[in-house]
Ligand binder design. Sequence first.
Ligand SMILES: *Cc1c(COP(=O)(O)O)cnc(C)c1O
Length: 391
Amino acid sequence: MSQLPWHHELTAALADRKAAGRYRQPRLRLGDQGVNVRVDGKAMLSFCSNDYLGLAAHPDLKLAFKQAVDKEGVGSGAAHLLTGHSYYHQALEEALADFTGQPRVLLFSTGYMANLGVIDGLLGRGDAVIQDKLNHASLLDGGRLSEADQLRYPHADMALLHKRLHNAATARHRLIVSDGVFSMDGDLAPLPEIMAQASQHRAAVLIDDAHGFGVIGKGGRGTVSHFDIAPDAAPIQVGTLGKAFGTGGSFVAADETVIETLIQEARSYVYTTAQPPAVAAATLASLKLVEQEDWRRSHLQALIQQFRRGAEQLGLNLMPSATPIQPVVIGDDKKALAVGKNLEQAGILVGVIRPPTVPKKTARLRITFSAAHSEQDVNQLLSALEQSGAY
Ligand SMILES: *Cc1c(COP(=O)(O)O)cnc(C)c1O
């Protein structure tokens, strides 16, 4: 194609990014997602997927997917409200409602779209959305899309949440929004305190539990279950299916009225093609494993403990996380990139996360564990970290 009229601005901005150590590039993976992957042609031990339970390439999921393709083909062909809503979508919504203990569940094609749809679908001008500053980008974008007043509080700061609720006292409706497990820090939202403040100020609560479902709580029922909050006192919950569930898509769990409202109002539900039915069929298979195979969660916890003990001995800068997201804070962007390179040369793949995804001067390695890792894998990671200059 011909160059854009502002082509030179773009090339300059790309060069600036590169010089600042913030250039992003996808890698090419061949073969199954898992802990032993081939990336850019090289065999690597991976600590950077969100496939926390090791289900992405599980034979049960593959089989369910293939059988559904034989029955229903590949594409869904239309939005849910036309002819895109298949038997498998319906069965999955019902199974996820049982799983969460909520009256209704609505599927979305991605977590990003669920977050846009649920905030924009429930709020409008004159309302207020109050978000933790470290919330996922899709939640912040959903807030902007809704045209509600945007308020933010410093990460998990309940005194400041209180203040923001006061500031929003004259808003028509107030919605507090938080990650359940924070995606770049691995810590949990103080959900009981958030719920208490919400009821005091007549606010609603939305919890994005992309990293909680499958991983924490009874039978993997997420942050709400972890804090023992009864289903009938629960916030609206968003779950994503591309992480611990090993498939793709997402869901919102709520009461009948909220779900019916989203079906009418959430543009990212109405104006998009339903996910392929075979993906929903595979998720039905993975939901069984998520619920039944507690050993995946206990093995994961053992690996996390092993890693934290070893990393503390090495003097690495850990964060207070009890989840499979274990950041090692490096600080400087370029140093973080260099450490990531060193690890890569040792055959270890971790996420190198830099601003603007995380606050300035907190560039970090985002190390994630999977139930498919072994004790030996963690030892290999620790010895590579020792050689990598990560402290
Ligand atoms: C990954 C993620 C999303 C987006 O989900 P996708 O299904 O990948 O679009 C939303 N919220 C959080 C907290 C996430 O980590």
